[in-house]
Structures are given as structure tokens and as C-alpha cells.
Design a protein around this ligand. Structure first.
Ligand code: BGP
Length: 479
């Protein structure tokens, strides 16, 4: 079999709020995620208005990368990573979000971080907004409900592009911009957009309005970035969960097609630079009044992304319901018609394990967009057992990653998909986003810290560490 391209990027993915800690250090302001308490599987995280003394906020300290970054980066280098995906915590740079001048100490932290990565030959891949909006923008402006927040985001992006133009080449604007299509789970609208739905409001309409502002903000940022450094590669980032039809019944097939629009809407606009007809029809049908300004069409057209980054963890399956005639009826954010897929097993957190779905996704996205793709998140969240001798045999994680790398190799080498790289999620154990737990671990490096914040924070290598090192060293040949 042919080899993956020599410049294929092998990395790991992280997000500032899930691993940096130092939530109030170096002049950083609180972000929307800093007021979220820990939850558990089936227990939702609470969004508190301010920091309450008697509550535990897992992101505050996280794994203290803020002070340990040099040692951690040395471990990443030992593993052989050629890139590292992380984010710039927006509220480190603009603590409240609407200041005129950025916080120099925050900017300096990322100078140091990028210098350290580059010193080890690790290319930074940077997300500008990974659920880290300054809390002040959410509280005072209603987050991305307000057009004013577009200007604040674009300013933040411009400051980062200018400051790090010689250190960072690969950028993404918003992490999983589309996960808020699931309007029933308040944490998505809050962390994505700084939005809380008020009684009597139509959540879907508010979601589209905030989403429009984010798409405009992203397009404006892309154009600014290109003006600062034409060599930048600026991408979008979406969560991709393919929706399969339960059977060959054409009604199941059509239903899955309709539900896939929830996955496609945001990347359609990011990549093509205009709204797809199926969403314009939905606005008309539902009577949504989405405020757009003159010139917005032009902005979207001029701010198309260079590549599409996406997360892939699992697939879902839907079944047509004759009784309720659920075809042509997809106004819900979640997947109300979801059913279990008898061919697929799930993790302890109920996330299905479907490597073929990754090859399928790569093909569908590449056929649709014809621009380079980048798998910027994929991985297996599981409970790890530390043996008496300190070893961690995370065989299940290795199996998961191995089968997904096999799938991506088929997509590149057999199907001809243009894929830039692969950055498995949580290369070092971090705080889980959806549950706020530590025990849902993705890392190849173990961190001694539990759900309540106890532990030494010591780092140790799991079996997957050496396994991934070999994968990178052989450019994916030896799995
Ligand atoms: C994605 C987010 C990440 C992340 C990952 C895994 O939605 O971009 O921030 O954490 O999912 O989710 P979790 O940590 O809840 O297992």
C-alpha cells in the first residue's frame, strides 16, 4: 500500500480551558466555561451566574498546564508529535472582551508556548474560540445575539494574527460551531455563543441569529488574517456525526438525509460562502426572522475557509416513524428519531464506536466541499486503571485509535481524500467538556487528578504513548 504524504501532520488536540488552568492568572478574565460546575454521565453541568464559593469548578485548575507547559511539551516532543492543536483563551487576551487594548501578559504566555513548541519542531494549530468567550460579553451583550460581539471577536482575531504571524500558520475560527444545533442542551448555546434562552423564546431562531453573527465574524476574521499573512491556512471546525438510515426503506434514507443538514449547514456557509436553500426554506416555513445586514452576503463570499477541520467520535442512526410522519419535520436540534444501530458497540459514556463512519465521513465531506480536510479531534473517553506497578494498559484506546487510523488511511490512499493531518483528542488527560469530569480520559499521558480535584498532578505514560510514537515514526505504516 502507498504511504501517507510526508507532510501529513500527526498531533494531539487540546483546548485551553480544559487543560491550562490558571483561570485567574496573568490578568485573565473569567470565561463562560469558568462558571460551569462539574457534572457526570447523565448529570448535567450547571451554568452559574458568578463563581460560587461552595462549588467546584473543574476548569479553574484543570491540569495546570499553565505552569507545567515546558515539561508537558517535552513529553509531546518525545512522542514525536509534529503538530499540536490548542486554543488561545480569548479572555487571557481580552479579559472582558470589549477593552481597547489587549492584555500583554496573556499575549506573552502564548508567545512562550508557541516558541517552546517550535523549538521542538511542533507546529501549532490554533483555534481562536474553543468555548472560551469572556464572561462579560455573555452577560452584558447576550453573547453572539449581539452584532457588537462580532467586532470584539474580529478584533481579538486580528490581534492574535498580527502578534503570532511568524509563529502560527494553521488557524481555525470557532470550535464545533455547529454543536449548538442541539438547542435542547443549554451548555452548547452557552459555550459556543454565550447565549441563554429566555422563556417564550424560540431557541432555534435565537441559535440561527447567533450563528449568523458567528459566520460573519468568522468570514471577517478569515479576510483579516489573509491580509496580515497570505500564507496562513485558516479553517472552520465542525463536529461531524454522520446520520445513517436505519434500513434501506427510502423513508429512512430521506430522513437521514434531512437530519444530515444539521451537520452541513455551518460548513456549507463557511466553505461555499452563502446560505444553502434548505435553511432559507426553513426560515420561511418557520417564520424565523434572522436579521442580516446589507453587505453580509459579500462578507460571507469573501471569507471562505481554506480547509475544513472536524471532530469525529461516533455515528448515529435514524428511523422513519410512520405514526408521526417525521419526514420533512426536522426542526429539532437533537436527533429525536435516533435509534440504536445493531452493528455498532458503544463506550461507557454511550458514544458509538464506528471507524468505518470516519472513512464514510471523509468521503462525504470531501465530495461535498473539495477542499483539504483535517481530523482535529477523534478519540476514546474511558476510565483508566493504574496497576500496582504504575502501568496503564489502555488497550481499548489503542484499538479505537488504530481502527480509526486504518479508516483514514483507506480514505486517503484508496479513495483519494485530501487530508492534512490527524490530531487525536486529549493527548494528555484533561477535563471532559460535556461532563466536567477527569475520569473520562482520552490521554496517552496520564494525569494524577480526580473528579473532585484531588491528586498530585503527576504525569505518567500509558501504553498508548509508545504505541502512538511508533505510529508517528513510521508515518502511519505500523499500527
Ligand atoms: C468536543 C469538544 C471538546 C471535547 C470533546 C470530547 O465536543 O470540542 O472540547 O472535550 O468533544 O468531549 P468530552 O470531553 O465531553 O468527552
Amino acid at each position: 500500500m502507498e504511504k501517507l504524504p510526508n507532510d501529513f501532520l500527526w498531533g494531539g488536540a487540546l483546548a485551553a480551558h480544559q487543560f491550562e488552568g490558571g483561570w485567574d492568572q496573568g490578568g485573565k478574565g473569567p470565561s463562560v466555561v469558568d462558571v460551569m460546575t462539574a457534572g457526570a454521565h447523565g448529570v448535567a453541568r450547571q451554568i452559574t451566574a458568578t463563581i460560587e464559593r461552595d462549588k467546584f469548578y473543574p476548569n479553574h485548575e484543570a491540569i495546570d498546564f499553565y505552569s507545567k507547559y515546558k515539561d508537558d511539551i517535552a513529553l509531546f516532543a518525545e512522542m514525536g508529535l509534529t503538530c499540536l492543536r490548542t486554543s488561545i483563551a480569548w479572555s487571557r487576551i481580552f479579559p472582558k472582551g470589549d477593552e481597547t487594548e489587549p492584555n500583554e501578559e496573556g499575549l506573552k504566555f502564548y508567545d512562550n508556548l508557541f516558541d517552546e513548541l517550535l523549538k521542538h519542531g511542533i507546529e501549532p494549530v490554533i483555534t481562536l474560540s474553543h468555548f472560551e468567550m469572556p464572561l462579560h460579553l455573555a452577560k452584558e451583550y447576550g453573547g453572539f445575539r449581539s452584532r457588537k460581539v462580532v467586532d470584539h471577536f474580529v478584533k481579538f482575531a486580528e490581534v492574535c494574527f498580527a502578534r503570532y504571524q511568524d509563529k502560527v500558520k494553521y488557524w481555525m475560527t470557532f470550535n464545533e460551531i455547529n454543536n449548538k444545533m442541539d438547542v435542547h442542551n443549554p451548555i452548547f448555546l452557552w459555550t459556543n455563543s454565550g447565549v441563554v434562552i429566555e422563556d417564550g423564546e424560540n431557541a432555534k431562531e435565537v441559535m440561527y441569529q447567533a450563528g449568523h453573527h458567528e459566520l460573519i465574524a468568522s468570514a471577517l476574521a478569515v479576510a483579516k488574517g489573509k491580509a496580515i499573512n497570505p500564507d496562513f491556512k485558516i479553517g472552520a471546525m465542525v463536529s461531524h456525526v454522520p446520520v445513517y438510515p436505519y434500513s434501506s426503506n427510502p423513508a429512512d434514507v430521506m430522513l437521514s438525509e434531512e437530519e444530515m443538514r444539521q451537520r452541513y449547514f455551518f460548513p456549507d456557509v463557511h466553505v461555499r460562502g452563502y446560505y444553502p436553500n434548505y435553511v432559507l426554506k426553513e426560515f420561511e416555513r418557520e417564520g424565523y426572522n434572522i436579521h442580516m445586514e446589507p453587505g453580509d452576503e459579500e462578507i460571507l463570499k469573501n471569507g471562505k475557509v481554506d480547509y475544513l477541520g472536524f471532530s469525529y467520535y461516533m455515528s448515529t442512526t435514524v428511523k422513519y416513524d410512520v405514526q408521526n410522519d417525521n419526514l420533512g419535520n426536522i426542526v429539532n436540534g437533537g436527533l429525536p428519531n435516533g435509534v440504536e444501530n445493531p452493528y455498532i458497540q458503544s463506550s461507557d459514556w454511550g458514544w458509538s464506536i464506528d471507524p468505518t463512519g470516519l472513512r464514510y465521513t471523509l468521503n462525504r465531506l470531501y465530495d461535498r466541499y473539495q477542499i483539504p480536510l483535517f481530523i482535529v479531534e477523534n478519540g476514546f473517553g474511558a476510565i483508566d486503571t493504574v496497576e500496582e506497578d504504575g502501568d496503564i494498559h489502555d488497550t481499548q484506546r489503542i484499538d479505537y485509535l488504530k481502527s480509526h487510523i486504518e479508516a483514514l488511511k483507506k480514505a486517503v490512499l484508496y479513495d483519494g481524500v485530501d487530508l492534512m493531518g490527524y490530531t487525536p483528542w486529549g493527548i494528555i488527560d484533561i477535563v471532559s467538556f460535556t461532563t466536567g469530569e477527569m475520569k473520562k480520559r482520552y490521554g496517552m499521558i496520564y494525569v494524577d487528578r480526580d473528579n473532585e480535584g484531588n491528586g498530585t498532578m503527576e504525569r505518567s505514560k500509558k501504553d498508548s504513548f509508545d504505541w502512538y510514537k511508533k505510529v508517528i515514526h513510521t508515518n502511519g505504516e505500523q499500527l
